[in-house]
Design a protein around this ligand. Structure first.
Ligand SMILES: Nc1ncnc2c1ncn2[C@@H]1O[C@H](COP(=O)(O)OP(=O)(O)OP(=O)(O)O)[C@@H](O)[C@H]1O
Ligand SMILES: [Mg+2]
Length: 243
């Protein structure tokens, strides 16, 4: 592992939230190297700090103390425009609740990040169609989110996360709102995309099946790293999933 390229590094990261008189240390000194092209799953009880950690790696929230490096740059000392550029071009986001624009079709949702970065609309739509085909939705291009199943909506969200060819995909509980079979399909899709596109996948999850496709698993508890393990160190059944 040590010879692999580090794509993101957290060093002694803390995050304090203050609400009135109450203080919560959502992260309490987290250090972690994340390698290019790996599939990393972050597990831990509700409230342990998974999403908070995600938001730091994804440049959506900043640490109270400590440092986040992304592709060798100190993320939060970069000017805001450069942080925005990284968010738009280097990171794809997938959420538990899909977060699609309800009045836009699948193609329009997927084309949106490319249009926002200035690509011509026609070109963006053409590329969006290709990415939707890649995630198995070539036959639902013009459906609105409400005309799609949950699993299909999550595929649209995955296509949208992929469309600008990011280095890292952050998937926060991507199977949390899906039934068991559909969740497994999404896990298999993320694994296939990681292997085919060499994209780094970081998931926060409660879904134990995610372990079977992960290269490494990290457990967080009370804002601290409790354990980091390679898949080879875990006794997991890879039933049905390409490992
Ligand atoms: N914006 C905020 N303001 C105040 N407290 C917050 C905020 N965001 C998170 N917290 C607190 O920080 C802690 C960690 O929250 P976080 O969302 O990271 O947990 P999580 O591990 O993602 O949980 P879950 O599995 O339920 O999604 C929790 O105690 C939460 O209440
Ligand atoms: Mg969370």
């Amino acid at each position: 592992m040590s010879e692999q390229e580090i794509i993101a590094r957290a060093t002694d990261v803390t995050r304090k939230y203050t609400m009135g008189k109450e203080t919560v240390w959502a992260l309490n000194g987290v250090s972690l190297d994340i390698y290019r092209g790996e599939y990393l799953s972050i597990m831990g009880p509700s409230g342990s700090g998974k999403s908070t950690f995600f938001n730091m790696i994804g440049a959506l929230d900043f640490p109270t103390t400590g440092k986040i490096e992304f592709m060798n740059a100190d993320l939060f000392s970069l000017p805001e425009e450069q942080q925005a550029w990284i968010r738009c071009n280097k990171i794809g986001y997938i959420f538990q609740t899909f977060n699609l624009v309800t009045v836009m079709t699948a193609v329009e949702n997927v084309a949106l990040p490319s249009i926002l970065r200035g690509d011509a609309p026609e070109e963006a739509a053409e590329h969006a169609r290709k990415v939707l085909e890649l995630v198995g939705l070539g036959h639902r291009l013009n459906h609105l989110p409400l005309q799609l199943s949950g699993g299909q909506q999550q595929r649209v969200a995955i296509a949208r996360a992929l469309v600008n060819a990011p280095s890292v995909i952050l998937a926060d509980e991507p199977t949390g709102n899906l039934d068991s079979k559909t969740g497994l399909e999404i896990i298999e899709l993320l694994r296939r995309l990681q292997l085919e596109q060499n994209v780094t996948i970081i998931t926060a999850t409660h879904d134990a099946r995610m372990i079977s496709v992960s290269d490494r698993v990290v457990w967080i508890r009370d804002g601290k790293l409790e354990r980091v393990a390679l898949r080879s160190e875990l006794n997991v059944q890879v039933g049905g999933i390409t490992s």
